[in-house]
Design a protein around this ligand. Structure first.
Ligand code: AMP
Ligand code: MG
Length: 267
């Protein structure tokens, strides 16, 4: 899975990365789903430990074009985890109050506490993506944000937060099918936003903005992963794998009781 990692010294180009890739699971979707089931269980146990130990904080950033599957990842990768220790923060068009503050204000408020996993459904990266593409602030303002974001994330990491950032990589054709499905399927229609078509028309500009964001802010402490996401099951599998590996590396332990419990008898 490390091949999806963007190293800090690397400069990626999204056109070189196949969004339809399914790794070693060639045609074997069922194997992939079975493996995801195992990872779901492993994640459940690791999250329990994370919560009990109350030491580390985990921040997961999900970014991607409309329909790339951010909601699907939240639903499928975190299936079964204890809702008590996991929280989703979704970042929409900023409110008037949020716009009155600096762009990181609303973000910092949502960062995880000890023992918690927080999933960002969109994030501070919107402030160098949609904001850049639509020139919502002048270039000289957004250009400074890459360094600001790196510094912000570095500070979170130094204080004990693990940060994993995922770009869900789909292509134009796949987005077309998914938007069409939103139109055709009455249970998906509520997700169809005519505004998404305007964003789709600016696909190339978004790709450029994403490449810049990923290349400028993938660091050793807060890396980006580019996740092939045309196949939903593979996308979920990749993210679950990377997350489980990262949590295993923490070498967590259940906390010791505050006092010696030997000899206690419960009548
Ligand atoms: P959705 O994720 O489909 O609910 O849509 C949320 C919308 O909010 C997307 O179109 C985002 O681009 C937009 N959005 C999120 N953050 C910002 C931001 N900082 N400035 C402007 N638009 C934003
Ligand atoms: Mg949307």
């Amino acid at each position: 899975m490390e091949r999806y990692l963007v190293r800090s010294d690397e400069k990626i180009s999204l056109k070189d990365i196949d969004p339809g890739e399914i790794g070693k699971y060639k045609g074997e979707k069922d194997d992939g789903l079975e493996r995801l089931g195992e990872l779901n269980q492993e994640l459940e146990q690791l999250q329990e430990l994370l919560y009990a130990q109350h030491k580390h904080r985990v921040l997961i950033v999900l970014q991607g074009m409309d329909t790339s599957g951010k909601d699907g990842v939240i639903r499928h990768v975190f299936e079964g985890v204890n809702p008590q220790g996991v929280r989703v923060a979704s970042f929409k068009v900023p409110t008037a109050e949020e716009l009155d503050h600096d762009y990181l204000w609303r973000i910092h408020k949502q960062t995880p506490r000890k023992g918690e996993i927080v999933i960002f459904n969109r994030s501070h990266y919107e402030d160098v993506l949609v904001v850049r593409v639509h020139e919502l602030v002048p270039e000289k303002v957004w250009k400074k944000r890459y360094d600001q974001i790196k510094e912000f994330e570095r500070q979170l990491v130094e204080e004990g937060t693990i940060i994993l950032k995922f770009f869900l990589h789909i292509d134009l054709e796949e987005q077309k099918e998914r938007l069409q499905a939103r139109l055709d399927d009455p249970t998906k229609r509520w997700k169809f936003n005519p505004g998404d078509l305007k964003e789709r028309a600016r696909w190339d500009e978004y790709i450029e903005a994403y490449e810049d964001a990923i290349n400028k802010t993938s660091t050793d402490e807060a890396p980006w992963y580019i996740v092939p996401s045309n196949k939903k099951w593979y996308r979920n599998l990749v993210i679950a794998n990377i997350l489980v590996d990262a949590l295993n590396r923490l070498d967590m332990e259940y906390p010791q009781p505050a006092e010696d419990l030997t000899g206690i008898v419960i009548d």
